[in-house]
Write a protein that binds this ligand. Structure first.
Ligand SMILES: Nc1nc2c(ncn2[C@@H]2O[C@H](COP(=O)(O)OP(=O)(O)O)[C@@H](O)[C@H]2O)c(=O)[nH]1
Ligand SMILES: [Mg+2]
Length: 368
């Protein structure tokens, strides 16, 4: 069996190429449309085969009908061996075709770029973004090796990531509000940040809880605030929050407001949060996003929270997440900067100010 790959502008042209080269009896094993990342044009790739051994064998038997039985046996044994070899070749071809189907465009790329493209797809990059990155790397150096190709890819990815500077370097008075879904890590992140800012600056910090819904919500934060030695107040209504914030603005440089975890799909939840938001008038809003959420959920939740004028995302629980290659493009799509990433439950150790290169590195976390 001879197997050959053909490329052509369209399927009709491809089929005539196959017939011209392999003859009328050629079998088409696969055909698919591919995209050339360099030109952006589509083309067709056809894998075709011709069973030339079968013909030779048939002809040979027809030509020599009076062979001795021992030599006939030999021919049969040989035929069987060839047949088994053919089956195994077909199996291998099917396995290659099957693995390429998962990575739609990888078959059209050189081995290095195919490996890079697969790495991006395994890390849940959207197909178009993965192709764009491969195209940009190939523009830098078409003959690049795999390891420098990965480094170029990281630089290209990092360039696009927006960062919001951490609170300890912000000099103006700040009222920061933490919003996000239930259990995404708002309270923990707030305390981590409060401790770090306290350690790095001599700002007067006040922690305010507007988490009046969760049983023990305010108490949980009060205990944490007491442990880290930062003043604490609880607001049980939007009006009370306004009063606390207004008064505290004269005495404190930084007011950190914790809110109730809200289900972004509940209009009522979002409306209640709006009341607190309007009364507090924060000049900085952090959306805490659990990095283990699906892309679709993240997209929807960013859309629902967008009315709060989000200044930065705190990407939480990256220690529980296999890769952030899928979620970061969703955050970039919404044009949101990333402020912090959190990577565990320890206060204050498990939080870091966002760093472009580190994030790009994490986005390529899965190696194979
Ligand atoms: N593994 C891990 N757990 C976290 C992280 N941040 C918060 N948590 C845990 O997630 C749970 C919910 O956190 P919490 O701050 O109360 O969430 P909230 O409801 O948004 O205020 C707690 O058990 C936290 O210890 C993180 O970065 N990694
Ligand atoms: Mg909380």
């Amino acid at each position: 069996m001879r197997i050959k790959k053909f490329t052509a502008d369209n399927i009709k042209e491809g089929k005539s190429l196959v017939i011209r080269e392999l003859g009328e009896e050629a079998v088409i094993l696969s055909s698919r449309t591919m995209l050339n990342p360099a030109t952006g044009k589509e083309y067709v790739e056809i894998v075709a085969a011709i069973d030339d051994i079968k013909h030779t064998k048939a002809n040979r038997i027809a030509d020599t009908p009076k062979q001795e039985s021992s030599s006939q046996e030999k021919t049969e044994l040989l035929g069987e061996a060839i047949f088994l070899k053919e089956i195994s070749e077909i199996k291998n071809t099917l396995a290659i075709i099957n693995s390429n189907l998962k990575y739609k465009y990888s078959g059209s790329l050189s081995p290095v770029f195919s490996k890079l493209y697969k790495r991006l797809i395994i890390n849940e990059f959207p197909e178009n973004y993965a192709l764009e990155i491969v195209g940009k790397v190939s523009n830098i150096n078409i003959n690049v090796e795999y390891s420098p190709a990965i480094n170029f890819a990281k630089e290209i990815i990092a360039e696009k990531i927006k960062i919001l500077k951490p609170l300890n370097v912000i000099t103006e008075k700040t009222v920061a509000m933490f919003i996000g879904n239930t259990g995404c890590g708002k309270t923990t992140s707030l305390v981590k940040i409060a401790v770090i800012v306290k350690l790095l600056t001599n700002k007067n910090i006040l922690i305010v809880s507007a988490d009046t819904y969760k049983i023990g919500g305010a108490e949980q934060l009060q205990t944490m605030a007491a442990i880290v030695g930062i003043p604490f107040k609880a607001a049980y209504s939007a009006d009370e929050l306004r009063d606390i914030v207004q008064k505290a603005k004269t005495d404190f440089d930084l007011i950190l407001i914790d809110t109730i975890g809200r289900n972004h799909n509940s209009e009522e939840n979002i409306r209640e949060l709006s009341d607190f938001y309007e009364m507090a008038e924060p000049n900085l809003t952090y959306l805490v996003v659990n990095s283990t959420l699906s892309n679709a959920t993240t997209r929807k939740l960013i859309e629902k929270y967008s009315k709060f004028g989000i200044n930065g995302v705190i990407l939480s629980k990256i220690d529980e997440c296999e890769t952030i290659g899928g979620i970061i493009p969703v955050i970039l799509e919404a044009d949101l900067p990333i402020a912090y990433i959190t990577k565990g439950q320890k206060i204050p150790d498990d939080i870091e100010p966002a760093d472009r290169n580190k994030i790009a590195e994490l986005m390529l976390n899965i190696e194979e």
